[in-house]
Design a protein around this ligand. Structure first.
Ligand SMILES: [Zn+2]
Length: 311
């Protein structure tokens, strides 16, 4: 199945000796194979050229570009040298809270689960035990409620443990108590959050380096809300203005492109982006198979491309 609309392929995690393998991550070889395969099917265009083409309405349906979200260090260490090999520049979409004292913990938890447990179920069994010990009566009551409601049945790929974990996290504990429990678990396992941060995200110097290498650094909001469209106009404005200021100050030039965190946005978002001078934006799926505007370019997840390549 070849996508017949110009789009971008969206990448997240990579693994090697220094970055652990995690759900959906690609090795150096996987990435090289994938680029060779894409080059046969499509016209692989650099990010700068892609930007020029979309703004001058000269994109062909077969033109695709590459984009990397979330400023992950594994992209810097593993993907960038291969992009150099191919002589390709790519988009890197960065959310700025990563460079502050309070980054979002999602990536940190992911790394903790990956390196401190044999598999996800070993993590779940420790987690369930800790929550149960906090309040056995309440734990049983919550489990009873959960059993009677067919929770997350719309997601058939979730295991029973996946669903029960999400119920506990989102319906029972809520973000504050969840964070307390995760902090306690990381302490028990001697997991050092400060060290982890250094290996999860690029540094500001790394960003400057990729900018100097002529890759294109773009916005991805300040704190990476999962549902941007649910935020009030002024909160959305703050998300993108802070992100814009951080990156343009750091790199010393205007920013022109962005990708929508979790692909979520509304008309307010598009108006804000236009006002601050962003002219190129990417979604996070191929669910809309057309380019509705230059701020809504579809993207294919690398996991789907990889699956297709290996089928
Ligand atoms: Zn993201």
């Amino acid at each position: 199945m070849t996508n017949s609309v110009s789009h971008s392929v969206m990448f997240h995690h990579f693994h090697n000796n220094n970055h652990p393998r995690s759900q959906g991550s690609l090795s150096e070889t996987d990435f090289r194979d994938l680029l060779l395969w894409l080059r046969k099917k499509y016209t692989l265009v650099g990010a700068s050229e892609y930007s020029k083409k979309i703004l001058s309405c000269t994109l062909s349906a077969s033109d695709i570009c590459l984009s990397f979200d979330d400023a992950l260090k594994c992209q810097y260490d593993i993907a960038i040298p291969i992009l150099e090999e191919f002589g390709l520049d790519a988009f890197f979409f960065v959310y700025s809270s990563v460079f502050s004292d309070s980054p979002d913990f999602l990536e940190i938890y992911r790394l903790f689960r990956t390196i401190n447990f044999a598999d996800i179920d070993s993590f779940y069994s420790d987690f369930f035990e800790i929550v149960e010990q906090l309040d056995t009566g309440e734990y049983k009551k919550q489990n009873f409620a959960y059993q009677s409601m067919n929770y997350l049945s719309a997601f058939p790929f979730y295991s029973e443990n996946d669903k029960w974990f999400r119920y506990i996290r989102d319906q029972y504990l809520g973000p504050i108590r969840y964070k307390e429990i995760m902090s306690k678990m990381m302490l028990i396992h001697g997991f050092n959050v400060e060290d982890a941060k250094k290996n999860i995200w690029m540094s500001e110097d790394d960003l400057k380096t990729i900018d100097e290498m002529h890759h294109v650094v773009g916005l991805h909001s300040y704190s990476h809300p999962t549902q941007m469209s649910k935020l009030k106009l002024e909160d959305q404005d703050r998300e993108y203005s802070k992100n814009y200021r951080h990156l343009s100050d750091l790199l010393g030039h205007p920013i022109q492109s962005m990708s929508h965190p979790c692909g979520d946005y509304n008309n307010d978002t598009l108006e804000i982006l236009k006002r601050i001078g962003i002219s190129i934006g990417f979604r996070s799926s191929m669910s809309v198979k057309e380019i509705k505007s230059s701020l809504e370019i579809p993207r294919e997840d690398h996991a789907n491309v990889f699956k297709e390549m290996n089928s």
